[in-house]
Write a protein of this length. Structure first.
Lengths: 468, 355
């Protein structure tokens, strides 16, 4: 029995490690894809040198990231079968479909057209070449949609039935799976967060050069564009996150109660600003600062509505699904939620401040703002990761909400030793790749944008040739 | 009997997976071959640039065939996917490491000028191509030859059960087959000295590839029981594969590069077809007991899911084939290893079109 638990635990650690690493590159690919496609579109219509140079410069950074996104993505598809064979057998009928569709509909589009974009500039007309980067961007966005459809089904299973004989989930409606409410809102939230990620990345790189007074005109322009991305993306991320939260209160009340460290049912409910909660199986906070009525308002715009607490939900679940702990890890869920939202609001404020400086034509000369923008580059990854920690850890103990438990989902034929070996292997390899990748991005950033020659200007072909 | 079960949704999806794997092995097969041969056929940086340039624009799209084959197995045959990937756990882990290093190496090699940087990534391309090329043979040999699988459909063997004699033989078959396929592809896509060396490599690799294919088919034929319609169909397809390999050597030596490549591509397809016909209706053979074999019918998804996925596949597969095919048309120009600094490997104009 101990052995089984350990295989389960290590498989969870491995999945968490590999998917967190993968999801560093996913939002960069989506956000930078849209950003670079926008730059190239601006160049196509204006034929201005600045857009040509920015497309090429940020295109290089985009490409270095997409490589890691692609190779770490294959791991995720294989891993369901490798480490979660029981899960795969139980839900493959429903869950496998979006994965297959993702490959056919989205990943092919992204992967085939990236080759055309990188190497096709001198073989395709500028218009066709512009279309290839949009195909890549659309492919990555579609990919996110379909993968989120699979994930949303785990959060809020729809369009299926449990076969009474085999006890496996079977698809009854692909349409229901692809239009899951939690999917539509989650998709808008994730794409917005990817736009924020790209905005912060571009802002930090522009700030780096502006501090050194290099290419001031070019990078002032890039910084302005990034601030627009950041403001729009930030506001949209927060708005969709909020709607998602309101939906989750109804669909996954335990997750949201844990995210608020709400143990006892309250009417009206107060929002927690700072709670200290025991690590394992808590039934109350050790310490909590609250704002009355605010949680009721956030949940459904009503200052006096009821919010159900974890203790009440626990009794309900135990009555329905049998004895057991149905609370997720409260400190992780609670703090992930707060870190994520905190970073989101920080970005929104930072974008507003930056745009104010733009209005006063002081952005490029406000050293403090530029210096502050550089370390900010780490925060999108913190927010993206904590967002997923909230989503996935908050769903525990379920792997498919209220249908299958995580503890019943792992591969029985894989020994603890092998999972330990592969987990160690992934950590080692991913660490090396992270170092190499970071070094390469810094190398490209330091190198700066390349100049435009006369022939580049005429056709745009040579500079838009991303490969060597 | 065989014909009637093939005309079922399970039979259709089994055949479709055969097509997806064949597509993957034809396309990624030459990528693997080019990756393995890169350092031998390209003697200097300019030549290596040309060699890798033949696959740079297309390798990523080629690898998606694997993603789709994996996803389709998951969707159509969840229990096949589950037992295969969890049972062959360590093999798939090593394949993943190979594919990770290879993909990153192809993208990163050219990004810095230092010799050490380039050599390190070239070795990563070499190993990242050779290791998966070998291990895919191991996987498929085990699927048809059998590994211990219990009555509950779980793999019960250990590491040695995954690397038996037949599996190792299967590994060498795919390794040499892909190396030969890659060499023929390079003769089609390059010119000058690089092409001459690729032609030499193809000549040297043809005989080992052909002999290994013959050896493994003889062992498979001897191991299988009664001679029935299925046996004959698999044997005929295997024979065709062997003939096509011999033919492609002859064509390559006569500089009919396009036809030679078509012949190795079809040989890969025939090999996969022979495998899938020989395997059907099993999808994973159990060496413990024939009663424990997983079949297309015992592992499949529900009727509804198979129908839905059939419609999805029929709509999107042709679209993908069109734009992926178009990519190969865009990048049809032959490449030459140009020693001049600052030139791009694939900058040469087309002197001969492919095919």
């Amino acid at each position: 029995m101990t052995v089984a638990v350990t295989t389960l635990e290590l498989s969870r650690w491995q999945f968490a490690t590999t998917i967190i690493f993968h999801f560093i590159f996913v939002p960069i690919t989506i956000g930078m894809g849209l950003f670079v496609a926008s730059l190239q579109t601006a160049w196509y219509f204006t034929r201005s040198d600045r857009y040509l140079r920015l497309t090429h410069f940020f295109g290089q950074i985009f490409l270095v990231n997409i490589a890691l996104g692609v190779v770490t993505g294959i791991v995720q598809e294989f891993q369901f079968g490798m480490n979660w064979a029981t899960y795969s057998r139980l839900v493959g009928d429903v869950f496998g479909a979006p994965l297959a569709i993702e490959g056919l509909l989205a990943f092919f589009l992204e992967s085939v057209f990236i080759g055309l974009w990188v190497f096709g500039a001198d073989r395709l007309s500028p218009r066709l070449h512009l279309l290839t980067i949009w195909a890549v961007a659309v492919g990555s966005v579609l990919s996110a949609y379909v993968i989120l459809a699979a994930n949303s089904w785990m959060q809020h299973p729809v369009g299926y039935r449990i076969n009474p004989v085999s006890h496996r989930a079977e698809m009854t409606s692909l349409w229901a799976i692809m239009t899951n409410g939690i999917l539509l809102e989650g998709f808008a939230h994730v794409i917005s967060a990817a736009i924020v990620t790209a905005g912060v990345l571009v802002l930090a790189i522009a700030a780096y050069h502006l501090i050194r007074r290099r290419e001031v005109e070019l990078f002032t322009h890039a910084a302005r564009l990034s601030l627009v991305f950041l403001l729009v993306g930030g506001a949209s991320t927060i708005a969709w996150g909020h709607f998602q939260g309101q939906l989750l209160v109804r669909e996954q009340p335990m997750k949201m109660a844990a995210a608020e460290a709400l143990f006892t049912t309250e009417k009206p409910a107060s929002v927690s600003l700072f709670a200290i909660t025991p690590w394992s199986n808590p039934s109350k906070n050790d310490f909590n600062i609250t704002v009355p009525h605010l949680l009721s308002f956030l949940n459904d715009w009503n200052w006096n509505s009821k919010a159900v607490g974890m203790n009440e939900l626990q009794s309900e679940y135990a009555a329905e699904y049998g004895a057991g702990n149905y609370k997720p890890n409260v400190p992780v869920t609670y703090w992930s939620f707060r870190i994520m939202t905190g970073v989101g609001f920080l970005f929104l404020g930072w974008a507003a401040l930056g745009l104010l400086l733009v209005r006063r034509r002081r952005l490029e000369s406000t050293r403090l703002y530029l210096l502050g923008s550089i370390p900010l580059v780490l925060l999108p990854f913190v927010a993206n990761t904590t967002g997923w920690l909230l989503t996935e850890m908050g769903r525990q103990p379920w792997i498919v909400n209220e249908v299958f438990k995580t503890s019943d989902a792992f591969s029985h034929s894989v020994s603890v030793a092998w999972v330990a070996f592969t987990l160690g292997g992934f950590i080692l390899v991913y660490s090396v790749l992270a170092l190499v990748e970071t070094g390469l991005v810094l190398h490209i950033v330091r190198g700066g944008p390349v100049p435009v020659s006369k022939e580049d200007r005429e056709e745009g072909g040579k500079l838009l040739r991303m490969g060597y | 009997m065989l014909a009637t079960t093939f005309i079922s949704l399970q039979g259709f999806w089994f055949a479709l997976l055969g097509v997806l794997w064949a597509g993957f092995f034809v396309l990624e097969g030459f990528d693997f071959g080019v990756g393995m041969l890169m350092r031998f056929i390209g003697r200097d940086d300019g030549e290596r640039k040309a060699v890798i340039g033949t696959i740079e624009p297309v390798w990523d799209g080629n690898e998606v065939w694997l993603i789709v084959a994996g996803g389709a197995t998951f969707a159509a045959f969840p229990s096949w996917y589950a037992t295969l990937f969890s049972g062959y756990y360590i093999v798939f882990f090593l394949i993943l490491l190979g594919l990770i290093f290879r993909g990153v190496a192809i993208e990163y090699r050219a990004r810095r000028e230092e010799q050490r940087w380039r050599s390190a990534w070239e070795i990563a391309i070499l190993l990242g191509s050779a290791v998966p090329a070998f291990l895919w043979g191991v996987v498929f040999a085990n699927v048809i030859h059998g590994v211990p699988i219990s009555s509950s459909g779980e793999f019960t063997g250990g590491l040695l059960d995954l690397f038996g004699g037949y599996a190792i033989l299967g590994g060498f078959v795919s390794l040499t087959l892909f190396a030969f396929h890659g060499a023929v592809f390079l003769t089609l896509r390059t010119k000058g000295k690089v092409r001459e060396r690729a032609k030499l490599a193809a000549t040297l690799l043809a005989l080992p590839a052909l002999s290994l294919v013959i050896v493994i088919f003889n062992r498979s034929a001897a191991a299988s029981g009664a001679v029935d319609g299925k046996w004959i169909a698999a044997a005929v397809l295997a024979g065709i594969a062997g003939l096509l390999l011999a033919l492609s050597l002859g064509l390559a030596r006569r500089d009919r590069d396009g036809f030679a490549f078509a012949a190795t591509a079809l040989a890969v397809c025939s090999t996969v077809a022979s495998f899938f016909v020989g395997l059907y209706p099993s999808v994973l053979v159990s060496s413990t007991s024939a009663a424990n074999n997983l079949t297309a019918f015992s592992t499949s998804s529900s009727h509804h899911t198979l129908w839905v996925m059939t419609i999805v596949a029929l709509i999107f597969t042709p679209v993908v084939l069109v734009y992926q095919g178009w990519t190969y048309w865009v990048f049809r120009a032959r490449l030459r290893g140009d020693p001049l600094p600052g030139t791009t490997g694939s900058g040469g104009t087309s002197s001969r079109s492919s095919g």
